[in-house]
Design a protein around this ligand. Sequence first.
Ligand SMILES: O=C(O)CCC(=O)C(=O)O
Ligand SMILES: [Fe+2]
Length: 343
Amino acid sequence: MDLPRFARPRGENGSSSSSPNLYVANCGPAVGISHRTVAAVFGDFGDVKGVHAADETGTRVIVCFSEESSARAALEALHGRPCPLLGGRTLHIRYSIIRPSISQLNDSVSVSLSASELNIPGLYLLHDFVTAKEEEELLLEVDARPWNNLAKRRVQHYGYEFCYQTRNVNTKHQLGGLPSFVSHVVDRISMFPNAEDVADAVLDQLTVNEYPPGVGLSPHIDTHSAFEGLIFSLSLAGPCIMEFRRYTEGTWHKCPSSIDLKMENSVNDSNYLRRAIYLPPRSMLLLSGEARYAWHHYIPHHKIDMVKDSAIRRGPRRVSFTFRKVRTDPCRCKFPHYCDSHR
Ligand SMILES: O=C(O)CCC(=O)C(=O)O
Ligand SMILES: [Fe+2]
């Protein structure tokens, strides 16, 4: 049953405050009183917009009036006394408000389809960066190689190993060059519009991530001292949304060994700006400048994403190829607040 979500409103001193909706206990279909009968009885006090089950017991309902004054009149007349029109039952009535659902709380950010809509300097998205055939071939190549299992997803590293404890790379330990099966992708990246110095950026590290449905990635900024300023991420196999958060300086903490976010703030904390973008399969995302250095990126742990008005299912897996250049000297970005080279 699809139940509306109602909560008891609280005034400043904890007392219940006024609302056009009433929570009415001790009546309902389970005790032989239909919603229609409830609407008729409460209709004596004003226009009733609807009567809903308050929960699954069948003995508690929510009566929604158009006007607060009607709800107040009904509450004063009917609360705590036997109601002859409802089989002599004693009704227990309180004010009620519509509570936002968990998903509304978590996902109130609207999801953009293009990077320009997002208005984050340095963030770019190109659709159809590879063809469906190339996508299939890239997936076959990585599936023919060993995966490393992390707690919830699988990864492969090329060029340099990425260490999740330190969120850094060991620059002294090169695994070899990038594999030849990504050469055409790297060549295409060198012509990526919008990316300053992209032609000079010799990308030498590739992380392949495989996310099962419902698995995301915690909010983070790729460690400044580990990687240079251009980060390219190719989405394959399934879609997802990526959220970006820019924390107000002073509201987050650098961890000793990384610049991952210490989650002191709840998801709804107003200490950060929030934006989200839809990443379809075969699209290439570029994080550069402010987007790379000052915004946390995050993939929510959803099986279904709301994009505009459509619910988009994640698919059996999403595989991303993240191309970066390992940094060999300290970071000199313009965002020292978010930078581990500026400690
Ligand atoms: O899966 C992605 O697109 C992003 C991966 C990522 O942010 C990372 O590996 O640091
Ligand atoms: Fe990242």
